[in-house]
Write a protein that binds this ligand. Sequence first.
Ligand code: FES
Length: 204
Amino acid sequence: MNPDNDAGQGQSGVSRQGFLGVGAVAAADVAPLVAAVADAAPTVAAENDGLVAVRVTVNGDRHAVRVDPRATLLDTLHEKLELTGTKKGCDRGQCGVCTVHVDGRRMLSCLTPAATTNGREITTIDGLADGEQLPPMQQAFIDHDGFQYGFCTPGQIMSAVAMVDEGPASTDDGIRERMSGNICRCSAYPFIGDAIRDGQEAMR
Ligand code: FES
């Protein structure tokens, strides 16, 4: 597989670019994503009060939470675990702001039911650094001023780290294509691209 043609596939196996409808694909690609989420059926049953018990490891810490089966991972991170580094943008899978890693792969937490993450390992932007030591990609965003008001930055960094782990992009176009699911409303794309290119080099 040419990583540059991967267009940032998530755990669902569907192209993030395709999911956005870029390149004249939309409904056909949305359906597999929804199906993939549904396939990841919760391994926990609802209790009498309608809530489900979910055990997850987030940023290395184990948590046991009880959630509404309809609760998203994003809202659960915010409201149950008080981890607010992951941001909510569109809340409908279109901007990438809410990207986290689930078992090492990038996922849109606004589309992921928390109940499907039972037993999974989750990493959020809050847990990417090792204490005061920033990982290379995070440092590269600072070095290149890869943001303006920074709301998209957590998702950009989480997606970029996962992109490199999937297989480094060999060209700037490859970076742009595989990061196409992460939208920056400030259009700071040139600096974001520079940051990812250098962050990728530092991660190698
Ligand atoms: S908030 Fe999840 S994709 Fe926009």
